[in-house]
Design a protein around this ligand. Sequence first.
Ligand code: 13P
Ligand code: SF4
Length: 354
Amino acid sequence: APSDPDLVARARAAKEKLGDKVFVLGHHYQRDEVIEFADVTGDSFKLARDAAARPDAEYIVFCGVHFMAESADILTNDDQQVVLPDLAAGCSMADMATAEQVAECWEVLTEAGVADVTVPVSYMNSSADIKAFTGRHGGTICTSSNAQRALEWAFRQGEKVLFLPDQHLGRNTAVRDLGMSLEDCVVYNPHKPNGGLTPEQLRAATMILWRGHCSVHGRFSLDSVNEVRERIPDVNVLVHPECKHEVVAAADYVGSTEYIIKALEAAPAGSKWAVGTELNLVRRLAHRFAGQGKEVVFLDKTVCFCSTMNRIDLPHLVWALESLVAGKVVNRIQVDKETEHFAKLALERMLALP
Ligand code: 13P
Ligand code: SF4
């Protein structure tokens, strides 16, 4: 639906008044009406770097989800203020690993005698607490665009990796990019005593995967891949690594949101693509590339928006910007000093990956 012209004018006016004082970042899963006002767009890695690259901006308005805004706060100066236009924009995957659960898991690993040789690698999609845990225990953060390099780094530091919280990204990277076998991976279930694993299983495993997942990408199935291949004979299947292993194994190309966009930009006219990631992005790409004779379809027949990404809409963005114009910072995301210190260690290890 077209955006409310009044709100568009108000957003424009507020941004103009704020000038260089405000820097608006937009994740690729954001609504069109929000993306229109983003100074930069990107995947979670690019946005983390971009946020740190504007130390002159007083306000960082993060159009994305909570863990992204936290990471921006960690990576920016103390006097810069990070705003999340709707505080309810969380991430169900990030919520699947709490600080208490992860501390308990580390106890289980310690009792099995493997904690000393285990390096935590945490997906960007995790709370600042989990990032701090990771930093404290010598680990790194990764995103979907550098997970391979992060795992390679981790296996130079230790024998095993505890991968948090997305089991699919962990498994897909270990098997697809590092050549490990599915048997090298075990799944730690925080809702079961000892994670549902015996000390022998923990000692035998190379990858200990946290039992978390993305419900949006979890909707894609092997059936969706088979069905689209049947329907569109020459189709290229391009999916995000948060998809299940069987989906990734059956796809032609796998990568982050930024990778997906670049792959379509480089594709020849006349090519056909079925894309398995969030629907706002796929729709925008379908529209953009239709003009260049590239057919882009959504991988599944059911509709798959990320409901929390979608919470950031034009009314919330206008409210956040107009409040800043009035000198009032709303919905500030601020990570406490100690958490920030250790989370930053882990994020900086990621930024320093080769
Ligand atoms: P990327 O943008 O890093 O590919 O991540 C996708 C995602 O799920 C963010 O929540
Ligand atoms: Fe979280 Fe999945 Fe939404 Fe990304 S798409 S923010 S992982 S729920």
